[in-house]
Ligand binder design. Structure first.
Ligand code: SF4
Ligand code: SF4
Length: 172
C-alpha cells in the first residue's frame, strides 16, 4: 500500500513523543545513582569506625592513608583519613572489608578536575574532628584504672616416679 512506511514511521515518532523520555536535561537535572554504584568521594560514619585500619591494609593500590590516635582509656580513634581518588580503582574492597559498615560512597559522578591535588580527599570532616577532641578530653578527664596484674602461673606438677616393685626390668 502506498504510504504504509510513512504511517509506520509517524506512529513510532508519535509514540516516543508522548512516551517516557529516555534523556534528561543535564546539568540542570541530575541522575540518581543506583544502590551499588561505586564512585565519588569516600565518606565515613565517624562514630561507627573502630580505627582497625583494615580498609587501608586491604586497599590494593595504597589509596588510603590514615592516622590513628589512642585516648587515655586506650581506645583507638582516627585522627586523619585521606583518600587519593587518583589512585583509587573503585574496587570496593575497603567498603566490603569494613566490619562496622562505616564507609560508603557519596555517589557523586561530577568529580573530574584539571588539578591533581583536587583528587586528594580529606574524609574526616570538621564535625568529626570536634567529636574526636571531645572524646579525647572526656577520656583524659575520666581515665579508667589499668587492669590488675595477673597472678603468676602455678608451677607444673612433677610426673610421678615409678616405685621399685612396679618397675619393669628388661627381658621380663
Ligand atoms: S575498616 Fe572501617 S572501622 Fe576499620 S579503620 Fe577503616 S573505616 Fe574504620
Ligand atoms: S575502592 Fe579499592 S582502590 Fe579504592 S580506596 Fe577502596 S580498596 Fe582502595
Amino acid at each position: 500500500m502506498f504510504g504504509k512506511g510513512l504511517m509506520t514511521g509517524m506512529g513510532i515518532t508519535i509514540r516516543h513523543f508522548f512516551g517516557r523520555k529516555a534523556t534528561f536535561c543535564y546539568p540542570e537535572e541530575k541522575l540518581t545513582m543506583t544502590e551499588h554504584f561505586r564512585g565519588g568521594h569516600l565518606t565515613i560514619d565517624y562514630k561507627k569506625c573502630i580505627a582497625c585500619q583494615l580498609c587501608a591494609i586491604q586497599c590494593p593500590n595504597q589509596a588510603i592513608k590514615l592516622k590513628v590516635v589512642t585516648d587515655a582509656n586506650r581506645k583507638r580513634h582516627l585522627e586523619s583519613y585521606v583518600h587519593s581518588m587518583g589512585r583509587c580503582l573503585y574496587c570496593d574492597l575497603c567498603i566490603e572489608g569494613c566490619a562496622p559498615h562505616a564507609l560508603s560512597w557519596d555517589k557523586n559522578y561530577e568529580i573530574s578536575t584539571w588539578h591533581k591535588e583536587d583528587l586528594v580527599h580529606q574524609v574526616i570532616t570538621d564535625e568529626d574532628r570536634a567529636y574526636l577532641a571531645d572524646v579525647m578530653a572526656r577520656a583524659a578527664a575520666n581515665p579508667t584504672p589499668p587492669p590488675a596484674p595477673k597472678a603468676p602461673p602455678k608451677p607444673a606438677a612433677k610426673p610421678a616416679t615409678p616405685s621399685p616393685e612396679t618397675e619393669v626390668k628388661p627381658g621380663e
